[in-house]
Structure formats: C-alpha cells, structure tokens
Design a protein around this ligand. Structure first.
Ligand SMILES: Nc1ncnc2c1ncn2[C@@H]1O[C@H](COP(=O)(O)OP(=O)(O)OP(=O)(O)O)[C@@H](O)[C@H]1O
Length: 226
C-alpha cells in the first residue's frame, strides 16, 4: 500500500509526542527504531487508525485513515507488543475463526481459510492448541495467523521478538521473511531489520533518520550514545 503522511502529528494533552511529519512509504519491508518513548508505536498506530492525528492526515492508497476508516477496516493488521492480549478465544483455530465472523463466509469457507493460513505459516500443528499453553514464539505466530487469516495487505508488528529466546526469535524471523504482505516492524532487535528496504528512526517525537538499515542504525547508535 502507499502510505502517506501529510503534516500528520499527535499531541496527548498539551504534549506533542509526534511532530508533524510528511512522507510516503510504499516499500515492502519498513523498520521503525528509536529509544523508549520516542514515538514509534504512536507512528504505527496512526497508520492503522488506532490513533487519530491531532493535525494533518494519513492516507493509505489515497484513503484517509479517519474519514475512510470503514473502507480501510481489515486492510491493515496489527500485532501488539504482548500478543497474548489480542488472543480472544482459548483455542488457536477458534481465535482465527472469531476474526472471520461477520464477513459473510460459511463455516466450510472459514475452515478452509484457517487451514490455508496455518499451512502458510507452517504452524498447522498449533491448530487445536490452547493459546495460553503456547511458547512466546508460538504465541507470536498464533497472533499473526489470526491477523493474516482476515487478509490484510499491510501488517504492523510491534516488537515481535521481544522476550523471545534465540530459537523462537529465529522462528519469527523466518516466518516474517516468508510473508508476501507489506510489513512495518517496530523493533529494538536491530539485526531483525537487516535486509529491510527502509528504516525510520524516531527521536523525541521527530523523524531523525529515514535510510537503509545500516545507516539508520548507525545514527541510532550515535543518538543512544552507544
Ligand atoms: N494514549 C496516550 N496518552 C498519553 N501519552 C501517551 C499515550 N500513548 C503514548 N503516550 C506517550 O507518547 C510518547 C511516545 O510513546 P510511544 O508508545 O509512541 O513510544 P515508543 O517509541 O513506541 O516507546 P517504546 O519503545 O517504549 O514502546 C511517550 O512519552 C508515551 O508516554
């Protein structure tokens, strides 16, 4: 999708947490980095309409995230920092089915979509598992499956490897690499963004770099004093 920020900024109360920003994003793999509280999640939430801009606007393929919210519903998916919070039903497949309700599909069509998505993520074995018994990496993939089954064009992942051990981190990294959807990945795990098309660095609510990964990360190290 073509994501466009036109002077879009966010205030919370009398604090500006995101300075007005103008840019276009159409790359398939976009990383977002920066210190805690720098505005990364606020930036990402503007894109899928979870946060409305205090000024300016954001459009996705020309549709306004606020005025055209109904038309845009379902075109973007968001995996939150703690995916356990977004799993609603106890069993993985039931949770995926929940997201497909009210979309005019019958049971067989929903079951086919669920099977196809689990297969694509190579997690068919998780279908009947209880979500609260999954490992951190499996949980991340179950949340991803519940989002992907609804067919979004763009998926935003907020720190997808946070708290994962090496094995689960690799699993999530490999799965992400295989996705055909456009991805925006917020991460403190800088190596995860190797090979990304474009990385945005936020600092104190401003865009401090917009560059290929190595360049953005180098600037981040300077800012962080590392
Ligand atoms: N709903 C809100 N109300 C008030 N302030 C908020 C709200 N959401 C975020 N903020 C503030 O906006 C600033 C930016 O927050 P944001 O979550 O975008 O940062 P972040 O870069 O994603 O941080 P982290 O790496 O810690 O997740 C922070 O100071 C935060 O406290």
């Amino acid at each position: 999708m073509n994501i466009r920020f036109e002077g879009a900024g966010v205030d919370f109360g009398d604090r500006t947490v995101l300075q007005p920003l103008t840019l276009s994003l159409a790359e398939r793999r976009i990383g977002v980095i920066g210190l805690n509280g720098s505005g990364k999640s606020t930036f990402a939430r503007l894109i899928n309409g979870l946060v409305a801009p205090s000024r300016g606007r954001i459009t996705l393929d020309g549709l306004d995230t606020v005025a055209d919210a109904k038309t845009l519903a379902g075109r973007t998916g968001y995996i939150f920092q703690n995916p356990a919070n977004q799993i609603i039903m106890p069993i993985v497949a039931e949770d995926m089915d929940f997201g497909l309700k009210n979309r005019g599909l019958d049971k067989a069509q929903r079951a086919a979509k669920i099977a196809e998505t689990l297969e694509a993520l190579a997690i068919a074995h998780l279908e009947r598992r209880r979500a609260h018994e999954l490992s951190g990496g499996e949980l991340q993939l179950a949340a991803l499956a519940a989002v992907l089954v609804t067919g979004p064009d763009l998926v935003i992942l907020d720190e997808p490897t946070n708290q994962l051990d090496l094995k689960n981190r690799r699993l999530v990294e490999r799965t992400m690499a295989g996705l055909s959807q456009q991805l925006i990945v917020i991460s403190h795990d800088l190596a995860l963004l190797d090979g990304f098309d474009r990385v945005l660095l936020f600092h104190e609510g401003r865009l401090a770099a917009d560059a290929p990964p190595a360049e953005a990360v180098a600037r981040y190290l300077e800012i962080a004093g590392a």
